[in-house]
Design a protein around this ligand. Structure first.
Ligand code: T46
Length: 130
């Protein structure tokens, strides 16, 4: 789900404040950011069993492919005001990173490799069982 944060602006510039469970629907347990991607790189290629995340391109832009097992959509993140909530059981791929892209991710859980579904056919099977 794509949302716009409120910008607190004045004559000096802009500020966006993000509060856990207020501006995003979960408690933030982890923050990471992806940057310095090489040309034409594509990342992701997985879904999560339990994790919810909010993605923000705080600098530059990138595109996100979202696939819930039934339909696919492509989202452009090109503003620090835009936030993309990705729920569990959504396959994601990130691509078309601009050279200056810094993709900030707010996560509902600590890092756990066991939460990843990295096989697309297994992802489709799990979606059908839901
Ligand atoms: C996601 C998309 C949007 C850690 O050690 N801790 C972490 O918190 C993360 C996120 C990754 N790692 C390690 C695991 C790999 O050895 O960093 C390496 C790169 O991770 P990965 O290949 O999973 O990166 P992406 O860009 O494909 O996916 C990441 C997140 O992993 C994933 O949860 O939804 O960004």
């Amino acid at each position: 789900m794509l949302n716009d944060f409120n910008i607190i602006g004045d004559h000096r510039g802009s500020l966006i404040s993000i509060e856990s469970k207020i501006d995003i629907p979960f408690e933030i347990k982890r923050i990471y950011y992806i940057f310095g991607n090489k040309n034409n790189v594509r990342r992701g290629f997985h879904a999560h069993k339990n994790l919810q995340q909010v993605l923000i391109a705080v600098s530059g832009s990138c595109k996100i492919l979202l696939d819930n097992g039934q339909s696919k959509e492509e989202i452009l993140l090109d503003s620090p005001q835009k936030s993309l909530l990705i729920q569990n059981f959504v396959w994601r791929e990130m691509f078309d990173f601009s050279a200056n892209c810094v993709l900030l991710v707010l996560a509902s859980e600590h890092y756990d490799e066991k939460d990843y579904i990295r096989d697309y056919n297994q992802f489709l099977d799990l979606c059908k069982q839901k």
